[in-house]
Ligand binder design. Structure first.
Ligand code: B12
Ligand code: SF4
Ligand code: SF4
Length: 340
């Protein structure tokens, strides 16, 4: 199974049992604490589906969990100068990972079909299914869930995506590796908006991510205005955030992907160029990437905030134009940026 996954372009592979895990209780607590913000797909009826992977495939016995590297040779955001350049997070530079991982897992299914003794049922999941991907990947031995809440692999760091193949086959599960964060707190200290917060839980993780404070949430998921007090912390981020992974010692020598699908189409584009994009040009520029998830209006809101944070006089004219946007959220962000 694992050899097939490696042949199909995944660097990490392991097996977890398709059973409920104790992390589901922590997920419920996280939702109850309001940490999901307005991400309703995490809190509505789909929240309960996360209790048991068999809600996704009733015959499931095992989960083949895979990891795919996306790291490129480009500098980390924390080492990259240029106030007039926008930061798009590392994971979104190339082709949309949902498509790339699904393709790889579909190839794996074909190979397994040829190898298996008899028929089996399967289901591919990548990100969007109501499945606790990090928790199952941990049980499959792919890494530990770190203080920054990312899954880290001792040899590979954390620049990898997760995907799963639910299978009706009975396979021997792997063991979760030990937590190797130790006494380190670099990610917690480096987060510009203090989004990694103590849980105070007697049992369970000591740290959680309050998405309502996270730049990644603001710039990708949030559909309304970003709370004003948190805008300065966003810096020049226009889509996602890499800081808590950039500063992690386990990513100091993180390996690079060899998959050309993740080669950057637009590395650190100029903010002025982004501010001038029409909706059609926005769609054209980022077609096939994960960026349209932010939507045109959300993206322009992010660009306006980044320009305000840069505080450069040359951004006055593009911001004055954005301030006349028919989209109130964009116009308001541009007015705020002009005040900065
Ligand atoms: C919602 C979501 C977000 C939200 C919330 C993130 C968060 N940390 O919860 C936002 C928009 C902020 C986000 C941001 C990012 N995301 Co995101 N996101 C998701 C999504 C869809 C659900 C995650 C979720 O359920 N969160 C709620 C929390 C409570 O669940 P959890 O993170 O799984 O946490 C578990 C652990 O904390 C665990 N736990 C930890 N320690 C311990 C200890 C004990 C004792 C116990 C009992 C439990 C426990 O319990 C929790 C429940 O299982 C997943 C895909 C999926 N279906 O799982 C991708 C996913 C987590 N995201 C991913 C990525 C790449 C990112 C970003 C790096 C993108 C970017 N550059 O901006 C950032 C990283 C920010 C960060 N530090 O986490 C990858 C992570 C890969 C990896 N190596 O970890 C995933 C897996 C998508 C994928 N298929 O590859 N994301
Ligand atoms: S992604 Fe950025 S804002 Fe979110 S927790 Fe990490 S450093 Fe903080
Ligand atoms: S920076 Fe330190 S505490 Fe944070 S995830 Fe990395 S090793 Fe863990």
């Amino acid at each position: 199974m694992k050899a097939v996954a490696l042949e199909c372009g995944f660097e990490l592979a392991g097996i977890a049992a398709a059973e409920p895990v104790r992390e589901a209780a922590y997920y419920r607590q996280w939702v109850a604490d309001g940490f999901a913000g307005e991400m309703r797909y995490l809190t509505d009826r789909r929240a309960a589906l996360r209790d048991d992977p068999r809600t996704l495939l009733p015959s499931a016995r095992s989960i083949l969990c895979v990891g795919k590297l996306y790291n490129g040779p480009q500098p980390y955001s924390t080492q990259f100068a240029g106030d007039d350049l926008a930061w798009i997070s590392r994971y979104a530079w190339g082709e949309d990972y949902h498509d790339v991982l699904r393709r790889g897992l579909a190839r794996a299914v074909d190979r397994l079909r040829a190898l298996a003794d008899g028929p089996f049922e399967w289901k591919i999941c990548v990100d969007t299914a109501p499945l606790l991907e990090r928790a199952y990947a941990r049980h499959a031995g792919l890494g530990w869930i770190a203080k920054n809440t990312c899954l880290i692999n001792q040899a590979m760091g954390s620049w990898f995506f997760l995907g799963e193949l639910l299978l009706s086959l009975d396979l021997a599960p792997d063991e979760p590796p030990p937590d190797r964060c130790g006494t380190c707190t670099r990610c917690i200290e480096a987060c510009p908006t203090q989004a990694i917060v103590p849980t105070g839980l007697a049992e369970g993780p000591a740290w959680a991510l309050d998405a309502r404070l996270c730049i990644s949430y603001f710039t990708i998921e949030l559909r309304g205005p970003v709370p004003e007090a948190l805008r300065p912390g966003i810096g020049r981020h226009v889509f996602g955030c890499d800081i808590c992974q950039d500063v992690c010692p386990w990513n100091r020598r993180a390996p690079l992907t060899t998959d050309r699908a993740f080669a950057p189409a637009h590395f650190a584009p100029r903010l002025e160029k982004l501010a001038a994009l029409s909706e059609g040009e926005f769609r054209e520029m980022f077609r096939g990437t994960a960026i349209p998830r932010a939507r045109y209006s959300g993206f322009l809101r992010n660009v306006a905030i980044a320009m305000g944070n840069a505080g450069e006089g040359k951004f006055r004219a593009p911001l004055e134009k954005l301030a006349t946007s028919p989209e109130p959220m964009v116009a308001e962000a541009a007015r705020w940026a002009l005040r900065q």
